[in-house]
Design a binder for this molecule. Structure first.
Ligand SMILES: NC(=O)c1ccc[n+]([C@@H]2O[C@H](COP(=O)([O-])OP(=O)(O)OC[C@H]3O[C@@H](n4cnc5c(N)ncnc54)[C@H](O)[C@@H]3O)[C@@H](O)[C@H]2O)c1
Length: 357
């Protein structure tokens, strides 16, 4: 086992700078060897800012470096599968940001290459590292909620479309909008807590409404604004979505929106069991509801919250060193990808989709 692993950062934008790079810098077992971005100043700035590594502008230049152990793929969705597959085929392990891919066929190809080459492919579904999420997972496994018959997720914002007209709102780059960008985290988290029930059917509708008239879209704030292109850009993804997923155990339903004409921002997941229920505030803590001795109980556990991206990256580094797959393995992301694909297919056909084995 190596003492230290060497890492390449592919795409030096927001998530790379806010999550991946700081965590690797903190890790005693990882060293960043390359900062790669097709915008040269982003790679150059990273070398200057962090005082380590070498700037490269084309990831293909570093594929054959025998010293390089692993990469974090932090580009937009359209390059996730291409870059991850290239690195795995050159013997490198990969931590690729969510969503694994734009469409199911890309995610399946990533899984195939990962298992054929034996390279680790972890996907950035960081909620699997949340202390709150893991407590809920344990409570469900221990039967504290009884039979969890329904899980409902709300990931709704009033006006929060990212980078209008840019990569996020262009189907060819992103593969989808509110569902693939936000919903992916919620569906993954729920499937993780429920310990991967078998999915039977999916039904959904995805709407492209409020951002379509880009010039007249009114908003309070816009994240990823630097990628916005209202004059020449494209807007052809879902800005809201509803769905119903039947599994062999629980039913999962959700209502998601980057934008809606309802002035609320609601991000929570309700796990409803016949013995108890839990409301998890996304990215925060949770409340447990039950009844005991003729009284209704409402318990808000207090525990240390952790930095989930940091935990995810540190775990990936450790798994690369040991040569072990982790809880973010591509096989779980393929499951989520199947669900999202089925929701989009259902929306297009306006009918329920049966999930094959
Ligand atoms: N896990 C999370 O919670 C989370 C949060 C934010 C973003 N993300 C995901 O991270 C990804 C990136 O999002 P972002 O907000 O950081 O975007 P960003 O635009 O800020 O950064 C992407 C960077 O990749 C670079 N890039 C594009 N193609 C490249 C290539 N072929 N080689 C090298 N560099 C390339 C771009 O120039 C840019 O600097 C998206 O897939 C997004 O869904 C995940």
């Amino acid at each position: 086992m190596k003492d230290k692993i060497k890492i390449g950062i592919i795409g030096c934008g927001t998530i790379a700078n806010s999550a991946h790079i700081p965590a690797y810098l903190e890790s005693p077992i990882a060293e960043i060897k390359y900062f790669c971005d097709i915008i040269p100043e982003r790679a150059d700035n990273a070398v200057k800012k962090y005082g380590c590594g070498k700037a490269v502008y084309n990831y293909k230049e570093i594929l054959d470096d025998p010293e390089l152990d692993a990469v974090s793929v932090c580009t937009h969705n359209d390059m996730h599968s291409v870059i991850s597959i290239d690195f795995m085929n050159h013997g490198k392990d990969v931590l690729c940001e969510k969503p694994a891919a734009r469409i199911l066929s890309e995610a399946l190809e990533m899984e195939k290459v990962s298992y054929e080459t034996g390279r680790i492919l972890s996907i950035g579904v960081c909620n699997r590292y949340s202390n709150a999420v893991n407590r809920i997972r344990d409570m469900i496994a221990n039967g504290e909620l009884g039979e969890v018959y329904h899980v409902y997720a709300s990931f709704r914002a009033h006006r929060s479309i990212p980078g209008l007209g840019g990569d996020f709102t262009t189907f060819a780059s992103s593969g989808g909008g509110a569902l693939i960008d936000w919903g992916v985290h919620y569906i993954d988290l729920i499937m993780y807590c429920l310990n991967d029930p078998k999915v039977l059917t999916c039904s959904g509708e995805a709407f492209c409404k409020l951002g379509k008239d880009m010039k007249n879209y009114v908003y309070e704030n816009m994240w990823a604004k630097d990628s916005s292109d209202i004059e020449n850009g494209v807007y052809d993804v879902d800005d809201s979505v509803v769905g119903l997923i039947r599994t062999d155990r629980s039913v999962i339903s959700f209502n998601g929106a980057w934008a809606q004409n309802i002035g609320i921002n609601e991000t929570y997941i309700d796990f409803m069991g016949d013995k108890g229920g839990v409301r998890l505030q996304y990215g925060g803590g949770f409340t447990y509801y039950t009844a005991k001795d003729g009284a209704l109980l409402e318990i808000k556990p207090k525990f240390e919250m952790n930095a989930i991206h940091r935990s995810e990256v540190l775990d990936f580094a450790e798994c690369v060193r040991k040569g072990e797959r982790n809880r973010n393995d591509i096989k779980y992301a393929v499951g989520t990808s199947k669900i999202m694909q089925a929701i989009y297919d259902s929306s297009e056909k306006h009918e329920e989709i049966k999930i094959k084995e």
